[in-house]
Design a protein around this ligand. Sequence first.
Ligand SMILES: [Zn+2]
Ligand SMILES: [Zn+2]
Length: 97
Amino acid sequence: MSDELCPLCGRPLGTENIDRHHLVPKTFKGKEQFPIHKICHRKIHSAFTERELLNTYHTWEALRAHEDIRSFIAWVARKPPGFYTRTYTAKDKKQRR
Ligand SMILES: [Zn+2]
Ligand SMILES: [Zn+2]
């Protein structure tokens, strides 16, 4: 068990569905990787292009200040740490039970 926190959403990382994110893309000498929830990681890459990540969103502060990410964080805050779904982005409306 790890009690590390996700740098994006601030929830504990837990033990499943964990990815690593390079704040600075590898091609631009970014070496540092940060453990992050898979769902949070996916959100970052669906919200921003590589170029936007490089130019603007290379700090957690900048990422978290973005409107889209803020509403994502508010949404994911109520989910358990290992929560992951592929259907979150855009097309989850037909998932109603
Ligand atoms: Zn997270
Ligand atoms: Zn990444």
